[in-house]
Design a protein around this ligand. Structure first.
Ligand SMILES: Nc1ncnc2c1ncn2[C@@H]1O[C@H](COP(=O)(O)OP(=O)(O)OP(=O)(O)O)[C@@H](O)[C@H]1O
Ligand SMILES: NC(=O)c1ccc[n+]([C@@H]2O[C@H](COP(=O)(O)O)[C@@H](O)[C@H]2O)c1
Length: 385
């Protein structure tokens, strides 16, 4: 007996186009060859709370999807996600549909993705490991798309590699570059979109001027919702737990110097008391827990009775630099030294522009100073001779 399955396609659908629908069809054909019966293919438009630049209201996106899917008896619009004002992580959307699918059809649910969305699993700060694990453990079906290599994405991701047998890959067999961005562009330029979207949707778009230069600027200065969560974590000095582990209890509070911190980039050095994600056991600060393990000393500028913990630096989470000071690094969900920030600059949200510029200015000064130091050292070497 063939196993029953449902498909869940999440996205902006801003607007929907023929490759969204064709992806559902391709996935169904592929799974049927594997002896599965596809009961339903849900298209779930993201909530307005996603805050993607150019996203028009969910009211329009739901209506467009309804018109686009009208002639299918198995592709359906699911508004569970879009009906909420705030963005819902995809893993929760999957969970909801997994349960619905089990209850209504006793079927398994696959998340249906284009190659670009699948590649986004490897983009820093966009997905949590536990969400990727939850999604991959249920099942994923990927439609290969221009510009992304599914095999590489899997090999570069530990979790996806672990669940490789749950990932189905479909080659669409054609050059596959159709996107909502392209359709919006044509609409703004008042050009024809005939044969790129279902006819009923084309008429709706003609009758209603949903896309314009203004709509393209919506959410322009807002951070994408999944990254906002990471931005809030950016305040890495906020206490968020009480409770100190036994190991750190033994280490802290004595005021003794554990070792010397020396920044691998600018050379700034300072003694540190503990290397931990909790400060030494001192008064109210004992409840603070940092979001990373860092090098902590007592603030030397306060009287001994009120000395607060001062973080002098931490390791870079991306490269092998074990000690980078606060001025030579940036914390954005995890710590990046200036060299890694420069390497992955395009991956950071533009709202961090000011902080990144400050970091780069500081680095320029460091480089300048190191040149001066070298010249001075060679001069004093020569004068000694
Ligand atoms: N041409 C395509 N082939 C295969 N999958 C696609 C294609 N276009 C979109 N998808 C997939 O459909 C889902 C929803 O995508 P989305 O609504 O963002 O469309 P998009 O065309 O990629 O939009 P945009 O151009 O605005 O980024 C994603 O998983 C995406 O990868
Ligand atoms: N961490 C997450 O759950 C996460 C991150 C980024 C995008 N998404 C989802 O992927 C889809 C992608 O849409 P776009 O390609 O239009 O940005 C949306 O449904 C969005 O909710 C989920």
């Amino acid at each position: 007996m063939s196993k029953k399955v449902t498909l869940l396609q999440c996205g902006s659908f801003n607007p929907p186009h023929l490759m969204h629908l064709r992806s559902q069809e391709l996935a169904k054909i592929h799974l049927e060859k594997l002896q599965r019966t596809v009961i339903a293919g849900w298209m779930s438009p993201v909530s307005d709370g996603y805050k993607k630049t150019g996203l028009v209201s969910s009211k329009h996106r739901i209506e467009m999807l309804k018109r686009a899917t009208r002639d299918s008896n198995w592709i359906k619009v699911s508004t569970w996600e879009a009906d909420k004002p705030e963005w819902t992580p995809t893993a929760e959307v999957v969970q909801f549909h997994v349960e619905k699918s089990k209850e209504e059809f006793d079927a398994q649910t696959y998340l249906l993705l284009g190659g670009d969305a699948f590649a986004s699993f490897n983009r820093p700060n966009l997905w949590t490991d536990s969400d990727v694990e939850m999604i991959a453990s249920n099942g994923i079906i990927v439609i290969a798309r221009e510009g992304s290599n599914v095999e590489n994405v899997i090999n570069e991701n530990k979790i996806l590699s672990q669940y490789k047998s749950n990932i189905e890959v479909v080659d669409p067999g054609i050059v596959n570059g159709l996107s909502s961005t392209y359709i919006r562009q044509l609409l703004r330029q008042k050009q024809s979109i005939k044969y790129l979207v279902p006819e009923e949707l084309r008429k709706y778009l003609e009758e209603n001027e949903i896309y314009s230069s203004e709509s393209e600027c919506s959410n322009k200065d807002t951070v994408l919702a999944p990254l906002q969560i990471k931005m809030n974590e950016h305040d890495d000095r906020v206490p968020h737990s009480s409770g100190i582990t036994e190991a750190s209890e033994n280490l802290v509070g004595t005021g003794r110097v554990l070792d010397e911190f020396s920044c691998d980039i600018c050379g700034m050095s300072a003694p540190y008391e503990v290397y931990d994600d909790r400060p030494p056991k001192r008064g109210v600060t004992r409840t603070i827990r940092y979001r990373e393990k860092c090098y902590i000393m007592q603030d030397p500028f306060r009287p001994p009775s009120e000395r607060l913990p001062l973080v002098v630096g931490a390791p870079c989470s991306e490269c092998d630099r074990k000690m980078v000071c606060m001025e030579c690094s940036l914390f954005f969900s995890r710590r990046f030294c200036i060299k890694c920030v420069r390497r992955y600059e395009s991956e950071f949200p533009h709202q961090l522009g000011k902080e990144i510029k400050k970091l780069k200015d500081h680095y320029e000064k460091v480089k300048e100073q190191s040149k001066i130091d070298k010249i001075e050292a060679s001069r004093s070497g020569k004068s000694k001779k």
